[in-house]
Design a protein around this ligand. Structure first.
Ligand SMILES: Cc1ncc(COP(=O)(O)O)c(C=O)c1O
Ligand SMILES: N[C@@H](Cc1ccc(O)cc1)C(=O)O
Length: 462
C-alpha cells in the first residue's frame, strides 16, 4: 500500500497532543479481575485493562478540529445549528438527502426494523450482526444469511468475503415470495466475518436483482469508508478514484443506511438513519420522537452532532485511512508470519484470531473463543472480544446454541489511539498464549442473559 504522498510506511499523519495514562497490572491482579468478571471481557473494569482492543466503537481519539467543534454545541431542544451541519455533511459525503439522528447505530436499526419489517417477513443479510439481527427478529422478521460461503472459511483469501451470494438471495426470494422480503440488509464491511468488504460489482448486482422484485436495499454503512478503501485497493477499475467518490457510489446503490457513527466518523457517540426514500423518512421521524428524542437531535447533544459532522470530513482523508488500515494489517501480518491462525485476509477494523486453531480439541460448547480472550487478558492485560458461539446466541425455535463456523477472538483497533509499540506488545502476548495453549481448559456458562447474552454472560473454568 502506498499513501497519497508516496510514503510506503503507515506512519500516522498526526501527532499526540493529549495523553491518557495507562495502568499496568500484575498477573495476580489480572487473575482476580477476570474471575470477578466471570471470564467475560465485557465485564472487566476498563481501569484494569492495559491495551483495550475490545472494540473500535466510540473509542476513537477525536481531532483538535472535532474538540473545537464541541465548544460550538448549540444545545437547543429544537433546530440546533449542529443538526443542519450534520445534515449537510451526510448529504455531501454519503449522498442521502434525508437524515434522522439516533443515539447510536442500534437506535437507527430499531426504527428501520419497526417501519419496514412485518411479522412473517424474511430479511436476507450478508452474515448476521448481533444488534441488527436482534432488531429484525423483534420486529417479527426471520434473519437469513446470504453471504458467500468463503466468508465462513477463515483461511479463504477471497478479497471480498462480504459479498452477497446471489444464488442464495435468488432462492430465498423464490421460496418465500418477494412480498415477504422487505429489504436486503447489506453491511459494508462485514464485522462478524472479520471486517471483510463487499465489492461494488456485487452491490450493483444485488441492486439489479432486487429492483426487479421491488425489494429495497439497506446498507449498514457503519464502516462504509473502510469498505470504500478496500474497493479502491482491491477492486479492478477503482484505483484511480477517491475513497470519497467510492463511498458516494456505494450509498447510491441503496435506499437507506443505518450508521453507528462511533466507528468511521471518529466520534465517541452517535448514529443515524439516512435515506433517499421520503416515505421512510416521514415514518422514521415520527418514531424517533418516541424512542430517541426530537428529530433534530435524536438523543444526542448538539456538540456530539458537531463532532460527527466534522468527523465525516476527516474520515475520507486517505493518509489517515492508509495509516488506520495499515496498523491493523501490520498486526495481522506479524501474527501470520509467526504461524498464528487468523482470519485471512486481514480486515479493516480488527485482526480476528481463529480460536479453533488454538484449541482444536476443545468442544465448541466449552467456548474456545471466550477462553482465548480470557487467556490473553491474563497474560498481558490486553482486552479482546469473543466472536463465536457465545455471540451467536440460541436458535429462537429449538433453544439450542447457534454453532457458527467461525469461532473467533477479535483484536479491534480504536482509531488514532494506539502506537506501533502497543501493537508489538499485543503480538508478543498472542504468541505467549499460543506457546502455552496446550495447558488451557475451557469454560462453563453459569449465567446467561436472555438478550445479546455475550455482553453479560458469566463463566467458570471447567
Ligand atoms: C456493523 C455494525 N452495525 C451496527 C452496529 C450497532 O451500532 P451501535 O453499537 O452504535 O449501536 C455495530 C456496532 O455495534 C456494528 O459493528
Ligand atoms: N459495534 C460495536 C459494539 C458492539 C460490540 C459487540 C456487539 O455484538 C454489538 C455491538 C463493535 O462491533 O464492536
Amino acid at each position: 500500500m502506498v499513501a497519497k504522498n508516496g510514503r510506503r510506511s503507515w506512519a500516522e499523519p498526526y501527532k499526540i497532543k493529549v495523553v491518557e495514562p495507562l495502568k499496568t497490572t500484575t498477573r495476580e491482579e489480572r487473575r482476580r479481575a477476570i474471575e470477578e468478571a466471570g471470564f467475560n471481557t465485557f465485564l472487566l473494569r476498563s481501569e484494569d485493562v492495559y491495551i483495550d482492543l475490545l472494540t473500535d466503537s466510540g473509542t476513537n481519539a477525536m481531532s483538535q478540529d472535532q474538540w473545537a467543534g464541541m465548544m460550538l454545541g448549540d444545545e437547543a431542544y429544537a433546530g440546533s445549528v449542529n443538526f443542519y451541519n450534520l445534515e449537510r455533511a451526510v448529504a455531501e459525503y454519503y449522498g442521502y438527502p434525508y437524515l434522522v439522528p439516533t443515539h447510536q447505530g442500534r437506535g437507527a436499526e430499531h426504527i428501520l426494523s419497526q417501519v419496514w419489517i412485518e411479522p412473517g417477513d424474511h430479511v436476507p443479510n450478508n452474515m448476521y450482526f448481533t444488534t441488527t439481527r436482534e432488531h429484525q427478529e423483534r420486529a417479527g422478521g426471520t434473519f437469513v444469511d446470504v453471504i458467500i460461503d468463503e466468508a465462513h472459511d477463515p483461511k479463504s483469501e477471497h478479497p471480498f468475503k462480504g459479498n452477497v451470494d446471489l444464488g442464495k438471495l435468488g432462492s430465498l426470494i423464490e421460496e418465500v415470495g418477494a412480498e415477504k422480503v422487505p429489504y436486503v440488509s447489506v453491511a459494508a464491511t462485514v464485522n462478524m466475518a472479520g471486517g471483510q468488504p463487499i465489492s461494488l460489482e456485487n452491490l450493483r448486482a444485488v441492486r439489479e436483482l432486487t429492483r426487479s422484485h421491488g425489494i429495497k436495499v439497506v446498507l449498514d454503512a457503519t464502516r462504509a469508508v473502510e469498505n470504500a478503501y478496500f474497493v479502491k485497493h482491491r477492486e479492478a477499475g477503482h484505483e484511480g478514484r477517491t475513497v470519497a467518490e467510492i463511498l458516494h457510489e456505494t450509498c447510491s446503490l441503496s435506499d437507506a443506511a443505518t450508521v453507528s457513527a462511533k466507528k468511521d466518523l471518529l466520534t465517541n457517540i452517535g448514529g443515524f438513519l439516512a435515506t433517499f426514500d421520503e416515505e421512510l423518512f416521514e415514518e422514521a421521524r415520527a418514531l424517533v420522537v418516541v424512542y430517541e428524542g426530537l428529530h433534530t437531535y435524536g438523543g444526542l447533544a448538539g456538540r456530539d452532532l458537531e463532532a460527527m459532522a466534522r468527523g465525516i470530513v476527516e474520515m475520507v482523508d486517505e493518509d489517515y485511512l492508509h495509516s488506520r488500515i495499515g496498523q491493523v494489517e501490520y498486526v495481522g501480518e506479524k501474527l501470520a508470519e509467526a504461524g498464528i491462525p487468523i482470519v485471512r485476509p486481514v480486515g479493516g477494523h480488527a485482526v480476528f484470531l481463529d480460536a479453533k486453531g488454538f484449541f482444536p480439541e476443545m468442544p465448541q460448547d466449552h467456548f474456545p473463543a471466550q477462553t482465548l480472550a480470557a487467556e490473553l487478558y491474563l497474560d498481558s492485560g490486553v482486552r479482546a472480544m469473543e466472536r463465536g458461539v457465545v455471540s451467536a446466541g440460541r436458535n429462537r425455535e429449538t433453544g439450542e446454541h447457534n454453532y457458527p463456523s467461525l469461532e473467533l477472538v477479535r483484536l479491534t483497533f480504536p482509531r488514532r489511539v494506539y502506537t506501533q509499540a502497543h501493537c508489538d506488545v499485543t503480538v508478543e502476548s498472542v504468541l505467549e498464549v499460543w506457546n502455552n495453549r496446550e495447558n488451557v481448559r475451557g469454560l462453563r456458562m453459569v449465567h446467561e442473559p436472555k438478550h445479546l447474552r455475550f455482553f453479560q454472560a458469566r463463566f467458570e473454568r471447567l
